[in-house]
Design a protein around this ligand. Structure first.
Ligand code: H2B
Length: 106
């Protein structure tokens, strides 16, 4: 997977694909600086939130790409960017898609 920075059209297309079928309030959005994407996840319990983080962590380890994230009880806030590229790459879209899938397993 490439660590080349995506242009704004690639980012917009990626976000549209990630958010297809999601409640517009619930999906991924571009941060104000355009360098990262963010999503707030809310679960039924701390256990479900942590199961989601555990599932996501396995993907992070596999693709060597890691989120900036925080957890408070049943909420997980995620920010994805590629530090080495100083912006968004295909890896961020891949990890976001994996997190969308991990929600269903949590
Ligand atoms: C050496 C190693 O591949 C790099 O430090 C990776 C690890 N995980 C990473 N994760 C993220 N989100 N951005 C990076 O630039 C990055 N770099």
């Amino acid at each position: 997977m490439s660590r080349k920075r995506l242009d704004e059209h690639e980012v917009a297309a990626g976000l549209a694909a990630l958010n297809a079928g999601l409640d517009p309030e619930a999906g991924w959005s571009l941060d104000a600086d355009g360098l990262s994407i963010i999503r707030a996840f809310r679960f039924k319990s701390f256990e479900e939130a942590f199961a989601f983080m555990t599932q996501s962590a396995l993907v992070c380890a596999r693709i060597d790409h890691h989120p900036d994230w925080s957890n408070s009880y049943n909420r997980v806030h995620v920010r994805l960017t590629t530090h080495s590229a100083k912006g968004l790459t295909a890896l961020d879209l891949e990890l976001a898609a994996a997190m969308n899938a991990a929600v269903r397993l949590a």
